[in-house]
Design a protein around this ligand. Structure first.
Ligand SMILES: Cc1cc2nc3c(=O)[nH]c(=O)nc-3n(C[C@H](O)[C@H](O)[C@H](O)COP(=O)(O)O)c2cc1C
Length: 220
């Protein structure tokens, strides 16, 4: 999400936030949301982090309006966590800009029905009704107390591929149970081969059909 006022204020990236909280990626996937509350001040004892438990229907008109609603519903630390990008947030800005390269052209009165529209695709042997997938994103309990379980449930309802982050608050099994749709597991390779092996074994048993190997955070 893009917000120029927010951009100037941000000083901490997601990965730095985890690091400041004393969370090496090797400690993942289970992270305590309590720790995040103290992430910016090591001398402060962890205080309970109260993510939203609210549930309501959202009328999504635009990303900008959704961002305003999100800011009102998510604790400040969680909002900063999900709305920020790495480094000077070049990718975040570029991603939002790039969406504008494509426009949705309404086709009316040309005899086109929804049955004529086929956006199926095949990816690594997986037949997908649309080329839409949820990128691996961790620590959803910063946003809502149901964390990744609800995100995975939403992906399933949208028939989208869910890429489960190795930095999730929910266990990979809980996430797998929450979606009946296709799912991949993002692995943070751990120097302790037993930890890595255990994660891979559990992911396979839980029904993940592919592994996303994280190349920029190897062997923490
Ligand atoms: C809140 C949040 C958490 C993220 N957590 C992870 C993560 O745990 N692992 C990971 O590889 N990428 C993580 N990412 C990065 C995303 O997977 C993705 O690469 C990034 O949002 C850019 O996506 P885009 O190029 O599709 O817009 C996270 C992104 C966000 C916004």
């Amino acid at each position: 999400m893009n917000d120029t006022n927010e951009l100037t204020k941000k000083t901490i990236s997601r990965r730095k936030l985890l690091g400041a909280a004393g969370i090496g990626l090797g400690a993942l996937p289970l992270m305590s949301t309590q720790v995040f509350a103290a992430a910016n001040d090591a001398s402060r004892p962890p205080t309970p982090y109260l993510a939203s438990t609210a549930e309501k229907k959202l009328d999504i008109i635009s990303l900008d309006r959704l961002q305003v609603e999100a800011r009102g519903a998510i604790p400040k630390a969680g909002y900063e966590f999900v709305s920020g990008g790495a480094g000077d947030e070049w990718t975040l800005r570029e991603n939002r800009r790039a969406f504008n390269d494509y426009r949705i052209a309404a086709k009316r009165l040309v005899g086109l029905s929804s049955d004529d529209i086929d956006i199926k695709t095949r990816l690594l042997g997986l037949d997908m009704p649309s080329p839409i997938m949820v990128a691996p994103m961790g620590a959803h309990a910063m946003v809502h107390d149901q964390g990744e379980k609800d995100t995975a449930r939403g992906a399933s309802l949208a028939k989208a591929l869910y890429c489960s982050s190795g930095a999730s608050n929910a266990t990979l099994e809980e996430i797998a149970q929450a979606t009946s749709g296709p799912k991949w597991f993002q692995l943070y390779w751990n120097n302790d081969i037993q930890v890595t092996r255990s994660l891979l074994t559990r992911a396979k048993a839980a029904g993940y059909s592919a592994i996303i190997l994280t190349a920029d955070a190897l062997g923490p």
